[in-house]
Ligand binder design. Structure first.
Ligand SMILES: [Zn+2]
Length: 445
């Protein structure tokens, strides 16, 4: 095991020093690590290991370039998913050619259709590969593939193989050119393309078997409603036996429905019933994520739940209400409105609400109503509290967060070096900028 980072409180140190320290303590760290002080030296390092990487006692697919100062790292911070102070450089992947046999289409739980290329198996960096995603119709068109083509397959940094082109001298016949399917391979409904998105969708979400099963599997999964003893195969079995037809039916399951099913002993049936009951305690933001609305992942679900407070508010929200929520773009807004415009979805929500699921933010997390209905923007860096803490305080006291300054903004909580655009807009619109200290005083009154 090779260690690549030391986590600690002392921010006056440097990443490379900390790693050196851990080497002295007896841990293994990559011998190839190097501290450099210019962009050219970084490229020299990349080039050096491009040719030497095969001599390493382990396989690498690239290198990581990091900011050395922990203090600067802390300032740069993270996006929702990745650090802003580190970036990876991936080396060109190994490539093989093989014959393209067929293209099949998969239906995802949100109705997205993914074309998959099936080819004669090849050995790519030690594993046998026989299929690769073609992602969408644009990609198919761009590649211009025909069945019978000799295609080049690469395994990139994410270990996922992909087709990067074909051998121009060994082509399949022109009548075998791949055309994207027009109908859903599962339910047969006509596929639609959503403006601004590359994917085709089957929009018959409540009649398309693969989608329904996928939605139920997502709903019960660990990060969603976390219903234990309810694996993917069991979901499919209960669906195929007609016990459940949608996510709301889960809460109608009774022990008699289960005991006669194959592979289901009484004990495990009881466990399932118990964990279904337990799941009713999940908080609103988890339920919102579990519903499986296209593009609404965990982060977005939690933002929406905090912003709107209840499912009613969310259902009744306008385009403008939605787009004003921090980090919610047009694609997400359209998907949310699409979902709530479908009466079948509303019916399912109603059923879920009747069995006691929690469609409101838990009031126990609310401290006060001082900021009720106020739209607040946070900008700059802060001394006494983290930005996350300030956000939390805004939400806990009934406020709403927005990333953009506009006429609706009540005030800006400003730290050091407020964004210039925000500053300018605040001046024009005469929106007050208050300090973190003012903000805390406001909450105390
Ligand atoms: Zn379908």
């Amino acid at each position: 095991m090779l260690f690549y980072s030391v986590v600690g409180e002392n921010s006056s140190l440097y990443h490379s020093e900390l790693l050196e320290k851990s080497r002295q303590w007896g841990f293994l760290i990559p011998e190839s690590m190097k501290r450099v002080n210019s962009i050219n030296k970084i490229f020299d390092f990349i080039d050096f290991w491009e040719t030497k990487k095969s001599e390493l006692p382990y396989e690498i697919d690239g290198i990581v370039i990091k900011v050395n100062s922990i203090k600067v790292q802390n300032e740069l911070d993270f996006t929702a998913k990745v650090p802003r102070w580190a970036i990876s450089y991936k080396y060109k992947a190994e490539r093989q050619s093989t014959i393209l046999v067929s293209v099949t289409y998969q239906v995802g739980r949100t109705g997205a259709i993914t074309p998959v290329a099936n080819f004669e198996p090849i050995n790519l960096s030690g594993t046998i590969v026989k299929r690769a995603s073609l992602h969408n119709s644009d990609q198919i068109e761009k590649l211009g593939l025909r069945i019978g083509d000799y295609v080049y397959v690469e395994k990139g940094g994410e270990i996922i193989p992909k087709i990067v082109g074909f051998d121009k001298l060994r082509r399949g016949s022109i009548e075998n050119i791949i055309k994207f399917v027009e109908n859903c391979p599962d339910c047969g409904s006509k596929l639609k393309k959503i403006e601004g998105e590359a994917q085709h969708y089957c929009k018959d979400e409540n009649n398309c078997k693969t989608q329904i099963i996928g939605k139920i599997q997502h709903f019960v999964s660990r990060k969603a409603m976390n219903i234990e003893s309810f694996g993917s195969e069991r979901v499919a079995l209960l669906f195929n036996k007609g016990v459940i037809n949608n996510i709301a039916d889960i809460y109608k399951i009774e022990i008699e429905n289960l005991v006669n099913l194959e592979g289901m002993a009484e004990k495990s049936a009881l466990n399932l019933i118990e964990s279904i009951k337990l799941s009713k305690k999940q908080p609103f933001e988890k339920i919102l994520f579990s519903m499986g609305i296209r593009h609404v992942g965990e982060t977005v679900a939690s933002k929406l739940a905090n912003h709107f407070g209840s499912i009613e508010n969310l259902i009744n929200s306008s385009y403008d209400d939605l787009i004003s929520v921090e980090e919610i773009g047009e694609k997400i807004v359209n998907s949310i409105r699409d979902y709530f415009n479908n009466s079948k979805n509303l019916l399912i929500l109603e059923k879920l609400s009747k069995v006691g699921l929690n469609f409101k933010i838990d009031k126990n997390n609310v401290r006060s109503n001082v900021l009720h209905g106020k739209i607040i923007v946070i900008s700059g860096t802060f001394q006494t509290m983290s930005r996350e803490k300030i956000k939390q305080l805004v939400l806990e006291n009934g406020g709403k967060l927005s990333s953009a300054v506009n006429s609706k903004t009540k005030f800006i909580i400003g730290g050091q070096s407020i964004g210039p655009t925000k500053n300018e807009k605040a001046k024009i619109l005469k929106i007050p900028i208050i300090s973190e200290k003012d903000f805390l005083e406001m909450l105390n009154t």
